[in-house]
Design a binder for this molecule. Structure first.
Ligand code: ADP
Length: 266
């Protein structure tokens, strides 16, 4: 397998500052833990090269947190990730380990996360020039190739504010592609978009899938899960309830909870 994830756990804590509770806590800097939210409770997942995995589940089930833990955008409380045969501890990895892993991965955010003061092309080439020390001409050539791939070669000199949400997300995908990743993580890539702009982003993702790109996609787009993804994972309350090849998942869901979910969104 390209990617193997084992036993991922993650909680969030909510703290109340002691000064807000006068008379109860006196020790300076003392913090009172008021609640622990168990978000991931032992998630296992395997991704093969060329897989397009759709992660479905109700809001709050931990899908985004899982994806963020896999790229160390959040630190898990426990869990292992094996990528290309190298195992990482998701709870404690060195900066060097994280940097090495991220060279092989890319992340597409719900909110695009483009630099407002850079053009589409500059957004795509920034990482190549700064992080990978690629000469500018070479980076520009890669950048133009990727913008062309997402259908935006003619928008290279536009700033994000001059682009639609769908175009901005396609720039973000071009930026992800420019780093030549082995896998791309997509965190609800179309959920900030109007329905008419969702289609153009999904079309680019479908094209990448057909070209064999390995993708792990948190999504609410049932059409994408059903028709494009090779494997569908259903999460609820911080665990994987069911996972199967997508045609099987939709044609013959095994778990009652999965059937209920599919009935509701149908
Ligand atoms: P999903 O992507 O399935 O909607 P999330 O992973 O976004 O779920 O969130 C799971 C739960 O964790 C939610 O209850 C959410 O409010 C909570 N959560 C997410 N991020 C944080 C955070 N940084 N601090 C506290 N709680 C968080």
């Amino acid at each position: 397998s390209m990617l193997e994830i084992k036993n991922v756990h993650k909680s969030f804590f909510t703290y109340t500052k002691p000064r807000l509770q006068a008379g109860i806590f006196h020790r300076p800097g003392a913090r009172k833990v008021t609640s622990e939210l168990l978000v991931l409770r032992g998630v296992d997942l395997t991704v093969e090269k060329g897989d397009v995995v759709a992660i479905l589940g109700p809001s709050g089930s931990g899908k985004t947190t899982l994806l963020r833990c896999l790229n160390f955008l959040e630190t898990a409380d426990a869990g292992q990730l094996t990528f290309d045969g190298e195992t990482f501890d998701l709870a404690q990895a060195s900066r060097a380990d994280i940097a090495r892993l991220r060279k092989k991965t890319a992340f597409v955010f719900q909110s695009y996360n483009l630099f407002r003061n850079k053009t589409a092309l500059q957004n795509v080439t920034e990482g190549l020039i700064i992080a990978r020390k690629m000469p500018k001409e070479q980076a520009d050539a890669v950048g133009m190739k990727m913008l062309k791939k997402v259908g935006l070669a003619d928008r290279a000199d536009y700033y994000p504010r001059q682009l639609s949400g769908g175009q901005q997300q396609r720039v973000a995908i071009a930026r992800a592609l420019a780093s030549d990743p082995e896998i791309i993580y997509f965190d609800e890539p179309t959920s900030a978009l109007d329905p008419e702009l969702t289609g153009e982003v999904l079309a680019v993702m479908r094209q990448l899938a057909e070209e064999g790109m390995t993708m792990l996609v948190v999504t609410h787009e049932m059409g994408f899960a059903r028709n494009v993804s090779s494997k569908t994972v259903f999460m609820e309350n911080g665990v994987v309830v069911e996972q199967a090849p997508s045609h099987e998942f939709f044609a013959n869901p095994k778990e009652e909870r999965t059937r209920e979910f599919l009935r509701k969104i149908a």
